[in-house]
Each structure stands twice: as C-alpha cells, then as structure tokens.
Design a protein around this ligand. Sequence first.
Ligand code: DX5
Ligand code: ZN
Length: 216
Amino acid sequence: MKTIISPSMLSCDFANIQRDVEMINASSADWFHIDVMDGVFVPNISFGFPVLSAMKKHATKPMDVHIMIENPDAYIQDFKNAGADILTVHFEACRHLHRTIQAIKAVGMKAGVALNPHTPVSLLSDVIADLDLVLIMSVNPGFGGQKFIDHAVEKVKQTKELIASTGSNAIIEVDGGVNLETGKRLVDAGANALVAGSFVFNAKNPTQTIQDLKNL
Ligand code: DX5
Ligand code: ZN
C-alpha cells in the first residue's frame, strides 16, 4: 500500500486557510493533519474548534486531528462535532488511556495514540489491539520546523513488531521533521503514514512536494 500523506495545517497560511485546504484537496495527499495545542501540555497555542470547523467546510479528505492538550477526555465530543475523523491523544496526557480510546471510538472516530520522543513503544502493548493509529513523534511536540530525532526510525520498527505480534490493525504514522530523506528512512522502517508541515508549505511547489513524499 502506498504511504498515506498527511500535510500539517500548522504550517499553512492562516490568512488563506481556504486556499490551502483546496490545494490539499486537489493534491495527492490523503488526510489533513491538524495540530491542536493548549499552551499547557506543550509550550505553544495553535487553534481550536472554530478553526477546525472552518477547515471542515472545505476539506474533502479525512481530518487527522492530533491533540496536544491536557485533559483530552473533556473535549472528545467537541472534536467530533468540529469534524475530526481520526483523533490522536498523547499517551503522556491520559491517566486512563483505555477509557479514552473507547470514548473516542464510541462517538464514531478512529482512535490514535501519540508517543513523545521519550516514551517507549512497549508502553502501548496492552492497548495496541484497540488502536487504529500509533503516532510516533520524531520531534518534541509544540512547533513546526524542528530537527528530526533519528531514534524515531527505531521506534517505527519496534511499533511494527508490536503490531505484528498482536494482530493489531493500527497504522504507524510519524510526525516531525519529515522530508524526502527522513521520510524514506521511515517508510523503509515500516511507517504507513507521514505528516509533513514546513517541508510541504515552505516548498516552492507544495503539490509536487506532496507527490514526491507519496512516491517514497
Ligand atoms: C508538532 C506537530 C507537527 C508539526 C510538524 O508538534 O505535531 O505536526 O506541524 O511540523 P514539521 O513537519 O515542520 O516538523
Ligand atoms: Zn502533529
């Protein structure tokens, strides 16, 4: 199967959101990656529900929503209402992760769990069978445009092994510092989905850059 490409809207031009959503619609990208930050779980604030709803009005592809917030349980229904198709919470933000995963699925979204660079893959062993997606962070969350952390490649391999040994159907997605060089290493290691923000939106030709990632 070809790699799923999920451009991160954190790097789009916020004065031209509709234009950039339409660019993604017309490209070979598969999903919209949408980063929600609360200024508490991560040292940055991005955007919230009104912006998600505005993107949803124009998006013709699934919204892959990555929430970097404390207390995600309180907002699951709100993310569904704002148009999220996949909701990925951080392992580090969930005290009752099993309950959170079930709650995401109960309202009709796919459930993902993100791991910070310091969080071992093995901590997912007891929930992997319930997951639709594992998001390996290849930067510390909070900002676009950071340098790729090489150890993420090893974590992709570990996640692939965990999935194979449990019969899980989870997709392995990687987020942070993805370009053609790091993307190729990740795909070779077993990544199924790549998030790319600055590499796509800072490119001279974002549509072609998405296609180049798709061809890896
Ligand atoms: C970081 C976000 C990423 C970010 C990636 O906290 O989760 O999705 O937008 O940006 P790049 O691709 O520029 O590293
Ligand atoms: Zn993200």
